[in-house]
Design a binder for this molecule. Structure first.
Ligand SMILES: NC(=O)c1ccc[n+]([C@@H]2O[C@H](COP(=O)([O-])OP(=O)(O)OC[C@H]3O[C@@H](n4cnc5c(N)ncnc54)[C@H](OP(=O)(O)O)[C@@H]3O)[C@@H](O)[C@H]2O)c1
Length: 269
């Protein structure tokens, strides 16, 4: 398996690599000796992140400024995945939520969420997997969410987008196993990053014990990828939550959803 091979030429491409979980992947993989291709929209922040990683770990860090909610942005990253030095690990991490309940949302905003959270993940997985299957080595981590296991955030379309990412990754992951290639959905719970602030979601009432550290999420993800898991849910408290979401009666989940809406005073985006 790619991750275990002590080669100095391993290269990982990470989308959304300048903040949160993506930045934690970049730091961890650079420390482990991987060269990197970093993708995000903000070219200045990308250059700073790349310089910092190269200074600290002596690894190459290419940058690609691309908006993955656009066709052009996806095409730029697809080209990098299919041409040039092979990419052995693809981390489809960039994703957003909205803070507008569906009835008050717009088709444009919903389409932007779907283009980034779903469409880009599909395109880049396809572009990355083909050369991996030919070389019979490589892996894809698609960052999904525990939110994808149930509709417990009334009015949120984010959960639906992540349900797609998890199901897609599990299905494709099974189909590429014979090629020696792995695909895994990473499903974190609440993680301290810029994610909620960017969406304008007030998380001040979320208890401290519910928060994960991005570094811990990444450590567990890489452990699970090595084990060959198709779905990784970091932290025991979230593994239990997912078991509940998968097996609890629908009526109970609806009650939890009503309680969520009651406590937050809004539909969670
Ligand atoms: N934080 C959580 O509680 C949590 C929980 C479960 C799952 N997740 C998932 O984890 C993933 C990473 O989230 P995070 O919390 O680390 O978010 P974050 O801290 O907000 O970082 C988002 C990263 O994605 C990039 N990005 C945003 N929009 C983009 C676009 N249109 N095209 C290309 N890059 C874009 C950002 O850079 P630019 O702005 O420069 O583009 C940034 O590097 C997401 O898929 C999210 O759904 C997060």
């Amino acid at each position: 398996m790619t991750l275990d091979q002590p080669t100095t030429e391993r290269r990982a491409l990470i989308t959304g690599a300048t903040a949160g979980i993506g930045a934690a992947f970049a730091r961890r993989l650079a420390a482990d000796g991987w060269h990197l291709v970093l993708v995000a929209r903000d070219a200045g922040r990308l250059a700073e992140t790349a310089a910092e990683l190269t200074d600290r770990h002596g690894r190459e860090a290419e940058t690609l400024a691309a908006d993955l909610s656009t066709d052009d942005g996806c095409a730029t990253v697809e080209r990098r995945l299919t041409e040039g030095t092979p990419v052995e690990l693809l981390v489809n991490n960039a994703g957003i939520s909205l803070n507008t309940p569906f009835l008050r949302s717009s088709a444009e905003e919903e389409a932007r969420l779907l283009r980034l959270n779903v469409h880009a993940v599909m395109r880049l997985t396809l572009a990355g997997l083909r050369p991996m299957a030919e070389r019979r080595r490589g892996a894809v981590i698609n960052v999904s969410s525990v939110a994808g296991f149930g509709a417990v955030m009334p009015g949120s379309t984010y959960s639906a987008s992540k349900a797609w990412v998890t199901n897609f990754s599990e299905s494709v992951g099974q189909s590429v196993r014979p090629y020696g290639v792995r695909v895994m959905a990473l499903c974190p719970g609440y993680t301290r990053t810029e994610f909620h602030a960017r969406a304008g979601i007030n998380m001040s009432k979320t208890p401290e014990w519910m928060w994960l550290r991005a570094e811990d999420v990444v450590d567990e993800a890489l452990r699970d990828l090595r084990k060959g898991k198709l779905v990784s849910v970091p932290a025991w408290r979230y593994k239990l939550a997912v078991a509940g979401l998968r097996h609890a009666p629908r009526r109970l989940l609806e009650a939890v959803a009503r309680d969520t809406r009651g406590r937050t005073g809004r539909d969670v985006g």
